[in-house]
Structure formats: structure tokens, C-alpha cells
Design a binder for this molecule. Sequence first.
Ligand code: ADP
Ligand code: MG
Length: 489
Amino acid sequence: MMNDWAGLPATYGDVLRRAMDSLFRTFENFSEGTFIVDAEARVVWINKRYAARFGFSDPEQAIGRDCEEVIPNSLMREVVKTGKPILLDILETGREPLVVTRLPLKDDAGETVGAVGFALFDELKALTPLFSHYSRVQEELIATRQSLAQARRAKYTFGSFVGTSAASLEVKRQARRAAQLESPVLLLGETGTGKELLAHAIHGGSARANWPLVTVNVAAIPDTLLEVEFFGAAPGAYTGADRKGRVGKFELANGGTLFLDEIGDMPLPLQGKLLRVLQDKEFEPLGSNRIVRADVRIIAATSADLPALVAAGRFRADLFYRLNVLTIQAPALRERSSDIEALAYAMLEDLSAQAPGASHFELQDDALRLLCSYGWPGNVRELRNTLERAVVLSDSERIDARALAPFIGPARSGHRPLVSAGSEAHASDATSEAPDVTSSWSEAMAAFEKRFLGDALRANGGRVIETAMQIGMGRATLYKKIAAYGIEV
Ligand SMILES: Nc1ncnc2c1ncn2[C@@H]1O[C@H](COP(=O)(O)OP(=O)(O)O)[C@@H](O)[C@H]1O
Ligand SMILES: [Mg+2]
């Protein structure tokens, strides 16, 4: 049967053959180069121009060689192996890059018997519209990434770490060195000693500073959600609220730093997974068959006694050793009380800036002495909270010991701001040891100390040795004070 296309052969098979024939010829004519390999990816045919481009004056010289030997970076072997085409790709050559198409050649049974490659355009000129679109999209992507990274950038720098005591200077020295290196960092120290601040400063001072700093607070996330939080999940991978799937923090931090806060709280099974990711540098999000490569630097922090957790079998020794490379111990505030003044002033300046109006808070000498005599179990964070409360509730911008004393120590319910009208009415309740407006500094101090020690002892179930350790006071001193104040244990 003839169809309307005059001159075309009648049968389907003929049309197909004709189409294939002209397709090949067209490609061959327009391409910079054409070549064919066999099932072993050896060159069986190459056109003159293409052979010449790769240094073979006679195409015959290229025949029988491995494709990569003739065309460095050739991916024809992959096409032969997978049987799948690579429709559009860019081949880097010693000279200009080439746009290439690679197609498998199949026999009648569908077996791959070789592959044919066309280098379609020289110097990518013909693809200019496509490429300008591509580079615009690429630029937008980079801009978006940068603004995201900006949001995830380090909040603090080394300059934010206030303190000139020997202990502080040593910590800053170690942290600066850690910023120059790539190994994991382990930050140890009580709560509120500035571990998170240091993590930000280390990231900000490192070569990764322009990539994200991503934080996971292990203690704040329920165990069951931690794995997804870390590694992400494919859509529908689990029957949680997040049907859409989720990008894990590891992937978000790619190129940058992952800060694992309170790592001592990490459940054992997840510790094993984390260790594997640190070793393999890749992982699979939950329920996906996708392998994600993770170029992430780890900074871990904990206020727990990690070696003790290892000894108790609650923290994997192998993970501990992996993390324990650059270890920095953030000193407790009571071990560097010479920094308290500078810290207090830095914080007051900060708080003044936040307060309405042009406030300028100042500490009287007695207030400063009071700050230095306290043990600060909550460290710098507690110091900051104390000053914040004092600033908010104080009537005057000049804060003295009397104004400060009620805010030092554990916050308690029924705790009243000083100098409020009718405060005497509470004189016999639980806060009765709180200093009275009419008391002297030493009386206020004594009242404060008695209350503080009583609270600390109660918090430790009356155990003197533990209390002494917690508040950083000698055991013998504590016994003496308990007796002197008549504190009931
Ligand atoms: N050396 C320091 N200089 C200034 N501020 C500090 C310092 N150390 C801690 N801080 C502040 O104290 C608070 C607690 O610090 P953070 O880094 O969260 O402690 P951690 O992570 O050890 O519990 C934060 O507001 C932080 O900015
Ligand atoms: Mg913290």
C-alpha cells in the first residue's frame, strides 16, 4: 500500500531503516565527531575529524583501543555496561568542551552490543540559549543558597567570648586552632559555660564559614524523632506528621558544620549510625534508596561526664574516640571569677541597648563583690539571667548589692522584687531570709548565703559532699557554714 508521502517506501520496516539511516547521516554530518565502540568499549569506528582531534592522524590507529585511551573522560563504557543512553552531556577535553550524546547499540534480542557517540557541537556555541538559561538558574540557586547560609551563619565570633583570665585565654587559643583544622571538635563543660558560643566562633573562623552551621540539640528532641532529624526521610517513609518527607540536618549542613549539642543524651542505636556516617561520609535518608554524601564537620558538646558515660556503657567508646580529637574544656565561671566583672559589664551594655530609652546600667562595687562571691552553678548563662532580672526589676540604673541580692541564686516562686510596697507583709513566709531594704550589706550577704546554701542542700537531697561539689565550695567550709547558720540538713 502506498501512502501520501510520495517516494517513501511502503513498509514500516523500510521507513524505520530509512529513518535510522538518515538520522545517523544527519548526526554524522553535523557533529564534530562520531565514534562507535563494541561491547567491550573498544573503538570499532571513528571518523577522521574526531580521531584527528584526539591526536590520531589516521583513524585506523584508534581502532581496537579502549575508548578512554582514545578519548580521555569518555563515558562510553558506562553506556555499554548499563545499556542506557546519556542523551546530553558535556565532555571536557584538553581544548574546548564538547556537547556529546551517547546511545547504546542493541541487537535484535535487545542485548547491548556497543555504543555510538556523537560530539554534537563545537565550543557549545549552538547551545547558547540553553546555557544562558542554565546559568541564570544556577545564579539564582547560588544566591538562594547564600541567603540561607547567611541565616545559618555563626552568631558569635571569638570576640564574643568575653574573658581575659588565663583559663579564658587558653580556651580561645584552643578554639582558634580548632577553627584552622578539619577534625571533629568536642566541647566539654558545665551548662552555661559558653560551649555553643564557642561552636559558633569555631565555625565562623573556619574555612567553612560561608556554608551553613546547623545545630541539633540532642536533648531537646524525642529519641524516636532523632533519626529523621539527622538523616531525613523520603516522602511517605514514615507515618508521622511529615508526609512530605524531610531533609535531614546532615544534608542541610553539607559543606558546613553540624553542631551536636548535648551529645551525651544521644540514644545508643543512633550513636552507632552517627559513627557510621562519620566513617563512610554518606548515608541514606529513611525509606529512600538515595545515597547522600555528607561533607560535614562535626562539633559536639556536652555537659555530661562523657568518659563516665562510656564506662557505664551508655556512650559508645568508639564514637567517643572518634569525637575526642580536638577537645576543649570550657571552664566553669567560678574557676575564672576574674572574668566576672568584664562579663557583667559586657552583658549590662547589651541589656542597656535592649532596654527602652537611653538606659545605662552600672554596678556598684558592693554588687560586683556579691557577684564574685557567688558560685554560679549555672555559669555565664545564670550570670546573664541574674543581671537581666535585676535590670528589669531595679528602680535605679545604679545597681547595688542590696538590689542585686534577691536575684542571685535559684529563682523561686514567691520571690519578690525588693522594695515593693507591702513587702514586710511577707516577712514570715518562705522568703523571710531575703534581705530587707533596711539591712546592711553584710546582713544581706549573710541572708543571701544562708538561703542559697539551704536551697543547694535541698536540691541535693541534703547530701553535703555533692552540694559542695556542685556549688564549688570546699566541703569543710560548707560544714562550718551549715553549723554557723543553723541550716537544717
Ligand atoms: N565567655 C563568654 N562571653 C560572653 N558571653 C558568654 C560567654 N560564655 C557564655 N556566654 C553567654 O552565656 C549564655 C550561655 O552560653 P552557651 O554558649 O549557650 O553555653 P552552653 O552551651 O555551654 O550551655 C549565652 O547567652 C552566651 O552568649
Ligand atoms: Mg548549651
